[in-house]
Design a binder for this molecule. Structure first.
Ligand SMILES: [Zn+2]
Length: 178
């Protein structure tokens, strides 16, 4: 199953793919994109705090389409109201949160709750604080592969942008706005 590093790699590459601007144009955007791509796993912390078991609610409501829609809507509204937050629109935020659920579903055998509240698949077992910390810090081959793939996507896009900028005609000073 992808861990934080894997979800972050997918999120950053996805942002680069769908957005007109690069995710690395400022320092806040990659943080916000990583946060949205990892947001569904907030259920691990809720489980740890509530029942001392990270698996108690894992892959339940927060791993659903409904959660992705609500989270994306809330983020887009908050970013429109509060200028301190990076501007990530509803559609991009939705893709980032949903990418988490899609990656969990595709890369592990256990189910996710896409259609909660109509269907729910909680993960099994018991996971304490120590185990959650170990899992979050440790990297597995899938995460390393996803990280490398994301790096290639980012490097390729950066290269293409630089190439386009190099080919663009230089405009006279007074025609350049902003
Ligand atoms: Zn997850």
């Amino acid at each position: 199953m992808p861990l934080p590093l894997g979800h972050t790699a997918i999120g950053l590459a996805l942002y680069e793919g769908v957005s007109k601007r690069s995710v690395f144009e400022d320092w806040k955007t990659p943080l916000a994109a990583a946060l949205l791509a990892n947001l569904p796993d907030i259920d691990v912390f809720l489980g740890l705090l509530w029942a001392w078991n990270g698996s108690a609610f894992h892959r339940g409501p927060t791993h659903s389409l409904l959660f992705a829609l609500v989270a994306a809507l809330l983020y887009a509204r908050a970013a429109a109201l509060w200028k301190g937050l990076p501007r990530i629109g509803f559609k991009t935020a939705l893709l980032l949160v949903a990418s988490h659920v899609a990656a969990d579903a595709a890369l592990s055998s256990a189910g996710v709750s896409w259609f909660w509240p109509f269907a729910v698949f909680f993960s099994q077992g018991s996971t304490g604080w120590g185990e959650v910390t170990r899992m979050a810090l440790k990297s597995n081959p899938i995460d390393a592969t996803l990280g490398f793939a994301a790096f290639l996507v980012l490097a390729l896009r950066r290269g293409l942008l630089l190439l386009r900028a190099a080919r663009a005609p230089v405009l006279p000073r007074e025609n350049v706005r902003r």
